[in-house]
Design a protein around this ligand. Sequence first.
Ligand SMILES: Cc1cc2nc3c(=O)[nH]c(=O)nc-3n(C[C@H](O)[C@H](O)[C@H](O)COP(=O)(O)O)c2cc1C
Length: 400
Amino acid sequence: MVITSISDLRELARRRVPRAIFDYADRGSYDEITIRRNREDLDAIELRQRVMVNLTELSARTTVLGEEWAMPVAIAPTGLTGLFYGNGEIHGARAAQAFGVPFCLSTMSICSLEDVRAAVKAPFWFQLYLMRDRSFNEDLIARARAAGCSALVLTLDLQVQGVRRQDAKNGLSVPPRLTLKNMLDIASKPEWALRVLFGKRRTFGNLDARMKNTGGLRTLSQWIASQFDPAVTWQDVQWVRDRWPGKLILKGILDPEDADLAARTGADAIVVSNHGGRQLDGACSTIAVLPEVVDAVSGRCEVLFDGGVRCGQDVLKALALGARACLIGKTFLYSLAAMGEAGVALALDILRKELLVSLGLTGQTDVRAVSPSILRRTGAIRFPLSLPALPAAPSATRDS
Ligand SMILES: Cc1cc2nc3c(=O)[nH]c(=O)nc-3n(C[C@H](O)[C@H](O)[C@H](O)COP(=O)(O)O)c2cc1C
């Protein structure tokens, strides 16, 4: 199969991993309205084609949180990554390191903080969920510090879990439960099975000690419901801020008022995110709210973006609407499941090339200078007042 796009990597992933694992990445919550909106609203934005600009020097390099990145893209935290490809977190972190972009390890990863630390030189980010037992969070924060993590990403949008109907139908559990149906599926994917079987771990690497006390492994959603703290408030964000002196990123902001509250906590950055359409179904797309959030934050912290990023043009659109950089969740998992570390490297390369070509064709040469002026006004997006005025789209009736 000739791979020219993230869609190709998705298709390869679909063939290579068991159905329950693929669906876990691919599907959204409830009626999947929001997961669809993320893509539809990105697609609806039109770029302005400009010509006759010297494009010999195109640059995707940027600075985020004081660090140099090869392009404005980071790998989002994703749970169960090591079930998509044996030692998947290590493969992802290595590909990101080689490319020069950050990798974020999830609390719910298969490889532990220490496994990843031992495998890569570059510092990575660690994503934290707040559990009922705060001593466990203190422990995770201390482990992230010991591993030299360069940022802590606190996820705010999963106090309670949105129901992903397909996971329930597939009986997703960790490690995968062996039923006759999925045994046949696994038997048809021997390469995947061998890699996962001989990976460092098959259950949550960061939570091993914790899970021993929970009376054995149950479905993922049951475990989350029993361990994640539904009572957390902004005071708990402060609790984390007080314990983490490094860069703090708050992930899961989808409302300008929350963006304002987040900026007041002293966070270094926020991620405009609806968890990839996996939480509140019926919520708006992330790209639709991005300009309002950028406006509400008004420079107090950096604004990162995720949700539906599948090509370089998506990155360009998010930058034009005020994001400093994008995170990739599903794009990362598809590429990992398809081809391991080489797949992730390929996905990053595809995104970068698409970003550079599209940047040039909008008449720009440097991603750091991208502004809303590269977009045509369309109905889906409300442009914030504080961004430079845009040229009006030509009216269809003007000449009549
Ligand atoms: C399979 C999967 C697992 C995820 N696990 C986590 C997680 O453990 N922690 C977290 O903060 N976000 C998690 N997310 C959300 C991503 O970090 C990110 O917000 C989302 O995937 C972005 O949308 P995209 O998938 O369209 O790129 C997960 C997403 C997926 C697809």
